[in-house]
Each structure stands twice: as C-alpha cells, then as structure tokens.
Design a protein around this ligand. Sequence first.
Ligand SMILES: [Zn+2]
Length: 95
Amino acid sequence: MNDEQWKFFFKELEKRLNFRYTYLDGKKIKAWDCDKSHRLSTNILSEMKIRGLEMEHAMDLLFKTGGKCDCEVIFNSKPKILIDKDPAKNGKRQY
Ligand SMILES: [Zn+2]
C-alpha cells in the first residue's frame, strides 16, 4: 500500500471506531467501538480492493507495529506507519 492508501485507511478506521467522550460515574472518559478484532480494518481494506497477498502484508505490518485489534491499530500502528513513511518527520526533507 502507498502512503495515500495508508492515510485513507487510518482516517476511515478512526471514523468507524467512532471515538467520542462519554460519562461513567460522572467522569468523562473516552470511548470507541472496538470488538477486539480486526473486523473494521479488514472491511476497509477489502473496500479499498486490497486483497490476497497485499492484504496479508498490510495485516502483518499492523500486527508487527502493535495493532492487535482495530483500536490498537490507531493507537500503535498509525503513528509508526505514518511517521516512518513521512519524510518530514524522518529528517530526510531536502529543502
Ligand atoms: Zn481494540
């Protein structure tokens, strides 16, 4: 997957996880919809027509970067994958 595809993937995943604030015992807490699987991630990848070996590689990268479920993909994999791919944050920018 190229950078644009990863950016689209993470944006779409964040939307579907539905990050929001809620109240528990009067305390404001962050909530989201993760069922501890990669259901949303695999759905988005299929919709992006990522399949077969490319899908395997993408999921492999998510696991390796700490994304053991949909929400961990956002918390752990997103910063690693996007920063690694962003030349500005790698100090490689040429101008
Ligand atoms: Zn999760």
